[in-house]
Design a protein around this ligand. Structure first.
Ligand code: AMP
Length: 187
């Protein structure tokens, strides 16, 4: 069975970088909702322009919008064949419920890439993306605690959560993630 996994972590935890590397190593399809929304914004589609102002403020795009985009992506041939690694989704309980209704047992692993608030704030200010203003960073971290952190218990209850320490060098973190993914691939 192809791998089906999600990576959760605060913005700035390094999950985007690591997700790309894991996807490449295991031949699984990387699906980043942030990348999809930024691409739509760059294309100037109606959805993209609406999303852009929400993203710039650090708020979340409504579940009704993002769930549809993800559902459509998960049904594409490459994902059905190669599996998926979702990065940046789900971010709310509503999104997690929608995801399980689409993939059910195909979701085998939820990784929590843990990095402290102090460390992610420093990393985000250093990367200087244009939606990384101090206000937007604070807003995103608040929303992570209120909307996304509850998902950690939710996935623990389902027995699929693994916590990975996101501290240290990029390759140290990568090695820890590989171990976590190999554990489920061996099952
Ligand atoms: P990211 O690249 O994952 O940090 O996402 C950048 C921005 O895109 C976020 O701050 C949100 O505004 C929006 N976004 C990305 N994924 C989601 C999602 N699953 N639900 C709601 N908004 C999202």
């Amino acid at each position: 069975m192809p791998i089906g996994m999600i990576i959760l972590g605060r913005q700035g935890s390094g999950k985007g970088t690591q997700a790309l590397r894991i996807a490449e190593s295991f031949g699984v399809i990387h699906i980043s909702t942030g990348d999809m929304l930024r691409a739509a914004a760059a294309d100037g589609t109606e959805l993209g322009l609406k999303a852009k102002s929400i993203m710039d403020s650090g708020d979340l795009v409504p579940d009704s919008v993002i769930n549809g985009i993800v559902k459509e992506r998960l049904l594409k041939e490459d994902v059905l064949r190669g599996g998926f690694l979702l990065d940046g989704f789900p971010r709310t309980v509503g999104q997690a419920e929608a995801l399980l209704s689409y993939v059910d047992e195909d979701l085998q692993l939820a990784v929590h890439l843990y990095v402290s608030i102090e460390e992610v704030t420093a990393r985000m200010l250093a990367r200087g993306r244009d939606d990384d203003t101090a206000e937007a960073i604070t807003r995103r971290l608040e929303l992570y605690e209120t909307e996304t952190a509850p998902l950690l218990d939710w996935f623990t209850e389902r027995g699929i959560l693994t916590i990975v320490d996101g501290g240290g060098t990029e390759s140290e973190v990568f090695d820890r993630l590989v171990d976590a993914v190999e554990e489920i691939s061996e099952k």
